[in-house]
Ligand binder design. Structure first.
Ligand code: SF4
Length: 340
C-alpha cells in the first residue's frame, strides 16, 4: 500500500530564468576489485565534465556507446554519487541530499526512459501508473490527482482520457507507451527532464512525432531538458546546444546549428560521418571515419584520449598533454590542440 506524505508539489508554471543545473568538474569512477587482491583499478566513466543548464534550455549529449553519457545521466538523476566534483540543482548540491530531500529533487526532475514497455509496470493501468507519483508526493485530493492525470494525458495527445486510463501498457502501441512515459515524467510539473534515447526503440515513422511532442512540452512549460542520444540526426529537432562526449569527457560544446555547420573536433567529424541522416550540404565534409575502437576507460590514453585514432594528432603534444577547452567562437568550445 502506498503511503502519502507531506511533501508538497509547487506549481511551476511561472517562468524562471538563470541556471537550473550546474555540473562542476564531475568525475564518476567505478572501482574494480580482483577477488583476494583488492583494488584493481577504476573505470573512469565520467572524467571531468562541467556545464551549466538554463531554465527552459534543451541540450543534447551525444556520443557512441560507452562514452559515459548514460553514467552522466544517472549521476544527474542521483543514481550514482560523484567520485569528485558536484552536481548543483538550483542552490543545492545533490550529493548532500538525504533520502527525503532526494525525493524533493526527483519531484523536480522527470525521467523519460529508452524502453517504454520496460519502464511501465505491466500490471498497472495507465491511470494507476500516473496516479502513483502524485500519491507518493502528497497530492491527497483525488479530484486534483484525476485533474492532473487528465491534463497530462491531453498534453501528450492520448485521448479520450477515460478510455486510456483503464488500459494496461501491453494494450498500447510503442508510441503510445512512450507518451505515457512522458506524461508520467511531466505529472509532477518538473523543472527539468532527463530523456535517455527516448526514440531509439520506436519505429522510424513516429520518432519525429515524439521528438516534436517533447519539444512542444519543453517550450510550453519552460522545461530544461537533457537529451541523451547516439544519433546526431535527431538532435536538430530538439536541442539548442550540443555536447559531444568521448571516453568520459566532453570534447566539443556548441549551439546545434553551429556544430552541424562547423564541427571542429576530429571526433565530431567522425560522429557526423557515421550519422544516418547527415545534412546534405555538409555530406562531403564528413567522409573520414577514424579506424580503431573507443579506448579502455580503465587505462585511457595519455594526452588527448582520441589521439590513437586521430589522423591530425601532433606527435609529442597530443599523445602527452591533455588539451584544455579552447574557445573557437561564442559558445563553441573544442578540447583539441588544433585550436590552441
Ligand atoms: Fe586529434 Fe590532437 Fe585534436 Fe586530439 S588534440 S583530436 S589527437 S588533433
Amino acid at each position: 500500500m502506498m503511503q502519502a506524505n507531506t511533501l508538497t508539489i509547487e506549481d511551476t508554471t511561472e517562468t524562471q530564468n538563470g541556471t537550473v543545473l550546474s555540473v562542476q568538474d564531475l568525475r564518476v569512477w567505478f572501482e574494480l576489485r580482483r577477488w583476494g587482491f583488492g583494488h584493481a583499478g577504476s573505470v573512469r566513466a565520467v572524467d571531468g565534465v562541467s556545464f551549466d543548464l538554463g531554465y527552459g534550455e534543451a541540450v543534447a549529449v551525444v556520443g557512441e556507446s560507452g562514452c559515459g553519457k548514460s553514467t552522466l545521466m544517472k549521476a544527474i538523476l542521483g543514481l550514482h554519487l560523484p567520485t569528485e566534483g558536484d552536481i548543483v540543482f538550483e542552490d543545492t548540491a545533490i550529493s548532500t541530499l538525504g533520502s527525503r530531500r532526494m525525493q524533493w529533487y526527483r519531484s523536480h526532475v522527470g525521467y523519460v526512459q529508452q524502453d517504454p514497455f520496460g519502464a511501465l509496470p505491466p500490471f498497472f493501468t495507465v491511470g494507476r501508473i500516473l496516479e502513483e507519483p502524485l500519491i507518493i508526493n502528497g497530492i491527497k485530493s483525488s479530484t486534483e490527482r484525476q485533474e492532473r492525470i487528465r491534463r497530462a494525458l491531453t498534453e501528450v495527445k492520448l485521448t479520450p482520457v477515460e478510455e486510456v486510463t483503464v488500459k494496461f501498457p501491453h494494450m498500447l502501441s510503442g508510441g503510445q507507451q512512450q507518451r505515457v512515459v512522458i506524461a508520467r515524467a511531466m505529472i509532477l510539473q518538473p523543472k527539468m527532464i532527463v530523456a535517455d534515447e527516448p526514440v531509439s526503440m520506436l519505429d522510424a515513422s513516429i520518432r519525429v512525432e515524439i521528438l516534436k511532442l517533447m519539444r512542444a512540452l519543453q517550450l510550453s512549460h519552460n522545461l530544461a531538458v537533457i537529451y541523451i542520444t547516439h544519433d546526431l540526426s535527431t538532435v536538430r529537432y530538439f536541442a539548442e546546444r550540443i555536447f559531444v562526449m568521448y571516453a568520459g569527457q566532453v570534447v566539443e560544446k556548441a549551439l546545434v546549428d553551429d556544430l552541424l555547420a562547423n564541427p571542429s573536433h576530429p571526433y565530431t567529424h567522425a560522429l557526423l560521418a557515421a550519422t544516418s541522416d547527415p545534412d546534405a550540404a555538409n555530406a562531403e565534409t564528413f567522409r573520414e571515419v577514424p579506424p580503431g575502437e573507443p579506448p579502455s576507460l580503465v587505462h585511457p590514453p595519455t594526452g588527448c584520449r582520441f589521439h590513437p585514432r586521430c589522423s591530425h594528432a601532433i606527435s609529442g603534444l597530443c599523445d602527452t598533454q591533455e588539451p584544455p577547452e579552447f574557445d573557437i567562437e561564442t559558445a563553441h568550445l573544442s578540447k583539441c590542440w588544433l585550436h590552441r
